[in-house]
Design a protein around this ligand. Sequence first.
Ligand code: GLC
Ligand code: MG
Length: 252
Amino acid sequence: MTGFLFVTDLDRTLVGDDNALNTLNQQLTDHRQKYGTKIVYATGRSLLLFRQLTSQHSLLPPDALITSVGSEIYFNPNEDIFDSEWAEIIAHGWNRSQVISIAGNFSYLTHQPRSEQGLFKISYHLSDSVASVVLPQLKLALHESGLDVKLIYSGGKDLDILPQKADKGLAVEFLRQKWRIDEINTVVCGDSGNDISLFMVENLRGIIVGNAMSELREWHEANPSDIRYISTGKYAAGIIEGLQYFRFILFS
Ligand code: GLC
Ligand code: MG
């Protein structure tokens, strides 16, 4: 056995079944002590909503926390300071107020709460029934204004606008290179649209949990990979199944 880089989304991936979560936590704690395995959470939540989640479920302290859909990285989630190196990388060409002013012309977009608006993330609610019409129009309007941004639509309701260089997958690559961990020793887990970027990073093992949303399943079907495992188990039970499949952890 060797140490590996374990990256997981939180809502409806790691969190959803507290019994399975406890089993997984025990194994990861053991692996971390014996082999130096690193744990990274990659969530759409802000730091504030991450802290709320930690008061409701038992989560191991991560080696790094990626929040706000990859637009902030924290090495110590107890402190309010995000990593400035990552911020500098993604800030290039980002014009927050201009994006907000253009998005303001789209009446179907409604603002998410203030806590979920970041320095490098602007978030709206957008109904599934109009998303396929509104998203291409918004994309075009932003593009025509010379704004190089990324639109990420998740859960059939959330729209995040990020700098082009930010997403969960790119944030993981930043950490993996910083820590000099091999691609083949890295595994990413997720369930929804904002996790697609994790699975887009080449050569990383991927685990799609059994309760995954159709937006992720459809993307997987259009972009298959033989180093991606689709679990039958849900939430943390699905992660355990995938870690066994790739032989990162042998559960007895
Ligand atoms: C989380 C965040 C929200 C975001 C969503 C999808 O729920 O709180 O701001 O839009 O994830 O990425
Ligand atoms: Mg999720």
